[in-house]
Design a binder for this molecule. Structure first.
Ligand code: SF4
Length: 163
């Protein structure tokens, strides 16, 4: 897995101040993609074990609400297993902090991936330029849904976290 950036004080991608990991590689090719260079799986730097410690350390301060995974596409097969391990470690060390993940795929296609069980919130759906709305919180276009993962898994239906 490659990654482009770790932002240790992100206030745009989820609730509160968060640690955000931007991974590389995405096959969705949404027209109007805001992050085209990140579609390349070789973009950025190789993921190494020391980055796990760097992220866990960055999550320590009380003012950090949690971890956000985005890209690129965190749920591509090249990325999701390593990210699942990172989520498990995050939950073990910080059970009260939340994990958000952004995907260009939709809930119906990804809900059975093991990583999904580790998430609190999934923002799903491709960015659609015709549905772009700058007034929306935490998402770029109105087709995207902010899903409460645990409630959705429990009820086997889509329960929104935020409308
Ligand atoms: S899912 Fe995100 S990174 Fe991938 S093409 Fe669409 S907007 Fe770009």
């Amino acid at each position: 897995m490659n990654y482009a950036k770790i932002n240790k004080t992100d206030i745009a991608n989820g609730e509160g101040v968060r640690v955000s990991l931007f991974v590389s590689g995405c096959r969705h090719n949404c027209p109007g993609c805001f992050n085209k260079e990140a579609q390349d799986f070789n973009y950025g730097q190789k993921w190494t074990a020391d980055k796990v410690n760097e992220i866990l350390q960055a999550l320590e301060p009380d003012y950090i609400a949690g971890l956000t995974l985005l890209g690129g596409e965190p749920l591509e097969s090249e990325n999701r297993e390593l990210l699942c391990q990172l989520c498990i470690l995050t939950k073990m060390n910080f059970p009260s902090k939340t994990i958000w993940c952004y995907t260009g795929d939709i809930w119906e296609n990804v809900k059975n991936y093991p990583i999904i069980k580790q998430l609190d919130v999934l923002v799903d759906g491709p960015f659609i330029e015709a549905k772009k709305d700058l007034s929306l919180r935490f998402r770029g276009s109105s087709n995207q849904r902010i899903i409460d993962v645990q409630k959705s898994l429990q009820t086997n239906s889509i329960i929104l976290y935020l409308d």
